[in-house]
Design a protein. Structure first.
Length: 195
């Protein structure tokens, strides 16, 4: 797409229902938007989405917001992407991609204490997923850890922070986490055939 097209970031919040993504992207298509990135999730029945897109010159944030909100019963926020922001997704810090998995009994303060521990060490949280089911607490942090930080020391510090919270934390490289948590699909062979 042309470099002179302004880019905006749109967030959408709505009660979950079918066809929200179709409605929102349809409204953006009406504005001749080109989608650069989209992420969506549902938390406790609330649909949330963030979209990065470029638009024809002269398209305003208010115009985008009004068009999106008219497409569905939602609240939208639109902000300029910024000319100096790289298109490629990246962490604000350089380092190793690690994943921290936290499991334990649910109680207040777990996320607050652990994220403060990470922030104090200059570690960026790129993504987080959290769920509580029948009193069992699980949170997965995808992190970018500066190369200057010793991973063994960090693992020890996180365990020390987790212990008084009554949770267990595991820290591993993202590649290992992905390899050990991916599902493989096997197609059964027809009977009577040998490999």
């Amino acid at each position: 797409m042309s470099a002179d097209r302004p880019r905006y970031v749109i967030t959408v919040l709505a009660r979950d229902r079918t066809a929200i993504i179709a409605d929102v992207t349809g409204s953006l298509y009406e504005l001749d938007a080109n989608l650069d990135a989209l992420s969506q999730t549902v938390v406790w029945g609330w649909f949330t989405m963030i979209v990065c897109a470029s638009y024809p010159p002269g398209t305003t944030a208010d115009q985008i917001r009004e068009t999106v909100e008219q497409s569905c019963d939602c609240t939208a926020t639109v902000l300029p992407f910024g000319d100096d922001t790289p298109i490629a997704p990246s962490s604000p810090v350089a380092g190793e991609p690690l994943v921290a998995t936290v499991v334990g009994e649910d109680r207040p303060g777990i996320v607050c204490r652990l994220t403060r521990c990470l922030a104090d060490r200059g570690i960026n949280i790129d993504d987080v997923w959290n769920e509580v089911h029948e009193g069992r607490f699980v949170v997965i942090f995808r992190l970018t850890v500066p190369r200057s930080i010793d991973t063994k020391a960090l693992r020890y510090e996180l365990r020390q922070a987790a212990e008084p919270l009554g949770v267990h934390i595991t820290l591993q490289h993202q590649d290992i986490f992905t390899a050990t948590n991916s599902l493989s699909v096997h197609t059964p062979r027809p009977k009577g055939r040998t490999p």
